[in-house]
Structure formats: C-alpha cells, structure tokens
Write a protein that binds this ligand. Structure first.
Ligand code: DX5
Ligand code: ZN
Length: 216
C-alpha cells in the first residue's frame, strides 16, 4: 500500500487567519488543499467562493483540490481556473449530465473529479470512470464539516477500487468527511489514496502530527 496523499479541508480553518492556517498545514506536510464550495442548492449551506480561492492561490504552492457542491457548475469552470483551482470535482447527483461538464473541465486544462453522496450507489460513478482524474466517495452528507465518518463509505471505496482495477484504470479514490486518525487506516486499506481531513487537521493541537498520523 503506497502512502496516501493528505488534503486538509480549509472549511475547518480559522477564516480570520487564512494565510497562517494554510502555511501551518503546508509546512506540516499537506499534499493538497481541499476547498469546499457550496451553493445552498445542492447542499443546505453556503461556504466561500471565487475571491477566496484567488486569495488562497496567492499564499500557497499546494495543489488546490476544489470540491464543487454546486447544482449548476457549468457556467463557472473558466472562473475557477482563473481563480487558481487545479482540479474541479463535481457531483454525480447534479441535474445536467456530468459528462459534458467533466469534458469541459479537462478542456480548460484542469483535473476533473466526480463525487458520490452517501445515499447514492457508487455504481453511479461507473459510466464516467474512463474520463476522470479522481473519484470522490463522500463519507458524510455534504454541506458541513465536523460530522462523524459513515463507515458504509468503506464498502463503496472497496467496490470502486475493484471496478477501477477490473478496468485497468489508474484513477485515485478520494474520501471526504469525518476522516481522522481512527478511520484513516480503514480508508487506506479499502483503497483510498487521497484523504480529505478538515477538523482532524485544522482543529488539532499540531496539524503536522495529525497529518502524519492520518497518513499512517
Ligand atoms: C463536507 C465537505 C468536507 C468537509 C470535511 O461538505 O465536503 O470536505 O469539510 O471536513 P471534516 O473532515 O471536518 O468532516
Ligand atoms: Zn469536500
């Protein structure tokens, strides 16, 4: 099992001290920075948007792993690229067929990802696997940080990893929501190579220790 990549979720950071918070996790060994963008439609919450991504981009070299919890992401792809996102992950639950939006994300030179909610069967991702740079399994209902990890996500990660292997793809699986030192090993063993952790990193006394422990 290769060592996973750790993506702290900025949602759990102190927004009054963003630059410092980002520097702390970057020095602490974070591999990417996870940015949760919410529109109040696909999920019952609103977080932050393009101006914040632009500001974040100026403070860090970390890859900006952008999780779009947007019902209608299509019109904004170019703006996310301009703001500094490196990858855009949309949800399989959105109304328009994600295939065209995924293709557009790639056309803009960004990595594209597809996320699946706890209530959606993981098989919903299967038709798109050939056209993805990452597949994201949600281990909480999206919309809020600080929720408890739902262990059914592990079965979905295993099933997805099996399908990816069966098709000879080399697509990383990302897991997002409630990831901490108690469940990170289970996530890695199930087949996740990219672990998002918000509260477990930013609310830790020492984010570097937390990142190392989650990495295993
Ligand atoms: C939930 C977000 C997650 C969340 C992770 O809607 O997609 O990225 O911020 O935070 P924790 O690790 O606190 O669950
Ligand atoms: Zn997220």
């Amino acid at each position: 099992m290769t060592s996973p990549l750790i993506a702290p979720s900025l949602l759990a950071a102190d927004f009054a001290r963003l630059a410092e918070e980002i520097a702390r996790v970057e020095k602490g060994g974070a591999d990417l920075l996870h940015l949760d963008i919410m529109d109040g439609h696909l999920v019952p919450n609103i977080s932050f948007g393009l101006p914040v991504i632009e500001a974040v981009r100026k403070t860090t070299q970390l890859e900006l792993d952008t999780h779009l919890m947007l019902q209608n992401p299509a019109p904004f792809i170019a703006q996310f690229k301009e703001a500094g996102s490196d990858s855009l992950t949309i949800h399989v639950e959105i109304d328009p067929d994600p295939a065209a939006i995924l293709a557009d994300i790639r056309r803009h030179g960004l990595k594209c990802g597809l996320a699946v909610n706890p209530a959606t069967p993981v098989e919903a991702l299967f038709p798109y696997l050939d056209h993805l740079d990452l597949a994201l399994v949600m281990s909480v209902e999206p919309g809020f940080g600080g929720q408890a990890f739902q262990s059914q996500a592990l079965t979905k990660i295993r099933d997805l990893a099996a399908e990816i292997a069966r098709r000879g793809l080399s697509l990383p699986i990302e897991v997002d929501g409630g990831v901490n030192t108690d469940n990170a090993a289970d996530c890695r063993e199930a087949g996740a190579q990219l672990l998002v952790a918000g509260s477990a990193v930013f609310r830790a006394a020492d984010p570097a220790d937390a990142i190392a422990a989650i990495r295993g």
